[in-house]
Design a protein around this ligand. Structure first.
Ligand code: WT7
Length: 661
């Protein structure tokens, strides 16, 4: 991005690009404050994982100690992943009860509503305790038992945190469905998870717009007869439909129960939650995380990666509907007894200054957000940032997709005023917590690189045949051994778990990402190498979008690929062939785009939709996506080997009518 010269005292030009050393003031108080310290601890974590993790696990309160630290095998014919076996604990107890002695009156979170003129809330640990216990008792009263599945379809309101922790408290398994998903997507997830209980709200509020959550839920439940109770939070007071006997008001129910509820004693390997994520097949996978290992990992990474100290104000601006919200709004930070911000709104509402105003309002020290948000704010111009103070900020973080150096440097210079290190954290729904990341008091930063592995994480780069590449390398990112936060299985589809992650390179966990390692051993994540695209940090399966398109009566065939998008990272590009009797038109294009939004949810908005008489196929009938990706990226001069095409004229036509110019 044209950056050649060092720009300040902390940036050195190494001959390989810009390098930013940790600011001295930051380093001084950091837990890990030098590369020697990092290396020493890292080496120990790899040479003696049992010893390392036995020690780290002490940060959690166990009702009964574990007898075995690690019992894992990545052999696809005999795969098992178990951590802290024999240990008994409760995640909600760890996030709430154990803090009460010292910090009952400390604010656990400040809730900042969508509309800045609406009054927010400050919830102390004591209040959190009572709210969670009450809700846990409501769930029990409604017959929810340990091991039952509860679907949570809520906006970013305090009740979302209460709901997750109430489930954890009684040993019910929560399955949070992002509030931007459609009724159909919600129904699919309820059915796959065999959930019997749903917690939702009348409506959500985002950027001043109402999201009809209860209406979506009603529609979803037409397909889900096993859901017997729907608990409804009143957020907006908007008009909703009511099903007597099934629907219950949250605010009424919590009045009927006690504010004490003993935590269920859970095994370390009991499931805590599952969360759906897209892969290369049409059906999202229920990624299962268990209790002990997940909590140890979320809490440890939260403390070290964000260098979280007692008294810091922390803000993760993700949504609870994604893993980032699970690990770094709920379980990691609350296990560490933080004070944090829970934000209902969006960074640019009512204006592009909002995020910085919230930082000033709560004196946020640590901010964790996404490259998409940073790029969108950068585009609005520096004045929105500069009119705020931001003096409280000490550390900045990013997650979800590769960050381009230009956006990184803007975040560093304009937002953080060259005072705040940036932690570019690579991880996945499947990994439970951060895997490759700087440690902000130690790691010299390179814009665009997630840098080095966290303790206990052994990344490697392999070629197509699974050979491990040493030194500087370019290939596919795998992880060689288990870590406590790793997913354990795909809900009700263990074969799919083994198949998806452990068979392509037997004995190794395959991330689905391509990556490069440089001369200093730093990792640079290139992006997905499977049919997953990353739109604004949302992981979307192209197969899901294709399936939604062909549901429309006019569509014969569809192929969907990602293409580089200035703000969103990747945009969605769909190639569509029509059935006989249907003609391409702008109106039909709009109809198809709306159709997909309706089937899957508004985050699945196709950016470019090209009608074509045919798709490029091999003689055996396989769609050549590589060619479509090139055309979508407007790299049509360089299509690579096209000799296996059944009909080369198809490509000419596609190039002629390409939409991204
Ligand atoms: C995929 C996982 C982990 C929470 C949010 C996304 C991409 C994630 C980075 C990063 C480059 C990143 C990868 C990964 N990704 N963080 N710092 N740099 N790419 O979770 O929805 O499970 O998506 O997001 O491609 O595989 P997810």
């Amino acid at each position: 991005m044209g950056v050649q010269e060092p720009v300040n005292a902390t940036a050195a030009y190494s001959g390989r690009g810009l390098v930013f050393e940790p600011p001295e003031a930051f380093r001084k108080r950091a837990f890990i404050s030098s590369m020697e310290q990092y290396r020493e601890l890292y080496e120990r974590s790899i040479k003696d994982p049992e010893g390392f993790w036995r020690e780290q696990a002490q940060r959690i309160t166990w009702f009964e100690p574990f007898h075995t630290v690690k019992n894992t095998s990545f052999d696809p014919s005999n795969l098992y992943i178990r951590w802290f076996e024999g240990g008994k604990l409760n995640a909600a107890y760890n996030c709430i009860d154990r803090h009460l002695e010292k910090r009952a009156d400390q604010v656990a979170f400040y809730w900042e509503p969508d509309n800045p003129d609406e009054e927010g809330k400050a919830i102390t640990y004591r209040q959190l305790y009572e709210e969670v216990c009450r809700l846990a008792n409501v769930l029990k009263k409604h017959g929810v038992k340990k091991g039952d599945r509860v679907t949570i379809y809520l906006p970013m309101i305090p009740e979302a945190i209460y709901a997750m922790l109430a489930c954890a408290r009684i040993g019910a398994i929560h399955s949070v469905v992002f509030a931007g998903f459609s009724p159909d997507s919600l129904a699919d997830r309820i059915l796959d998870g065999e959930a019997t209980y749903l917690i939702t709200a009348d409506e959500g509020l985002r950027a001043g717009r109402r999201v009809p959550l209860k209406r979506n839920a009603d529609q979803a439940l037409e397909r889900c007869p096993d859901v017997k109770t729907v608990l409804v939070v009143r957020r907006t007071g908007g008009d909703i439909n009511w099903v007597e006997g099934r629907d219950r008001w949250y605010h009424e129910e919590i009045q009927t129960v006690s504010a004490e509820c003993p935590p269920e004693v859970m095994d370390a390997e009991d499931p805590l939650f599952f969360l759906y994520t897209s892969g290369s097949t049409g059906k999202p996978k229920g990624v299962v995380h268990t209790t002990g290992g997940y909590l140890v990992y979320a809490s440890l990474t939260h403390q070290f990666v964000f260098d979280y100290h007692e008294g810091d104000i922390y803000w993760c601006a993700a949504d609870i509907g994604w893993i980032t919200g699970h690990s770094y709004i709920v379980y990691g930070p609350l296990a560490n007894g933080v004070t944090e911000v829970l934000f209902e709104g969006t960074p640019t509402y009512p204006d592009p200054s909002r995020i910085w105003q919230v930082v000033d309002k709560y004196q946020v020290n640590i901010l964790y957000t996404s490259p998409t948000a940073i790029r969108a704010l950068m585009r609005e111009g520096d004045e929105w940032v500069k009119k705020t103070s931001r003096k409280s900020l000490r550390l900045l973080g990013t997650v979800g997709e590769p960050i381009n150096p230009e956006a990184w440097l803007w975040y560093y210079r304009v937002v953080g005023e060259e005072r705040c290190p940036i932690v570019d954290t690579w991880w996945q729904t499947e990994t439970g917590g951060i895997m490759i990341t700087p440690l902000p008091g130690a790691t010299p930063l390179k814009p665009g690189s997630a840098t080095l592995p966290f303790f206990g994480v052994q990344p490697a780069i392999v070629d197509n045949d699974g050979n491990i590449l040493e030194g500087t390398a370019d290939g596919m990112l795998v992880i060689l051994d288990s870590w406590p936060g790793q997913m354990r299985t795909v809900y009700r589809a263990h074969d799919r778990f083994v198949q998806t992650y452990f068979t392509r390179f037997p004995g190794k966990y395959f991330t689905g990402d391509g990556a490069r390692r440089d001369e200093d051993g730093y990792y640079w994540i290139v992006g997905r190498v499977d049919d997953v695209i990353n739109v604004s940090g949302h992981r979307l399966g192209t197969a899901e979008i294709e399936s939604a398109l062909v549901l429309h009566e006019a569509v014969a065939e569809a192929a969907v690929v990602g293409y580089p998008h200035e703000i969103k990272g990747q945009g969605i590009y769909a190639f569509v062939t029509l059935k006989a009797g249907y003609a391409a038109s702008d109106q039909l294009r709009q109809e198809l785009i709306q159709h997909v939004r309706k089937v899957l949810g508004p985050i699945f908005t196709i950016d470019l939709l090209q009608f074509t008489p045919a798709l490029p196929k091999t003689r055996s009938g396989k769609i050549m996506r590589r060619i479509l990706r090139k055309i979508a990226a407007n790299e049509y001069q360089d299509l690579g080997d096209t000799s296996t095409l059944a009909d080369p004229s198809v490509v000419e036509e596609l190039v002629q009518n390409r939409l991204n110019r």
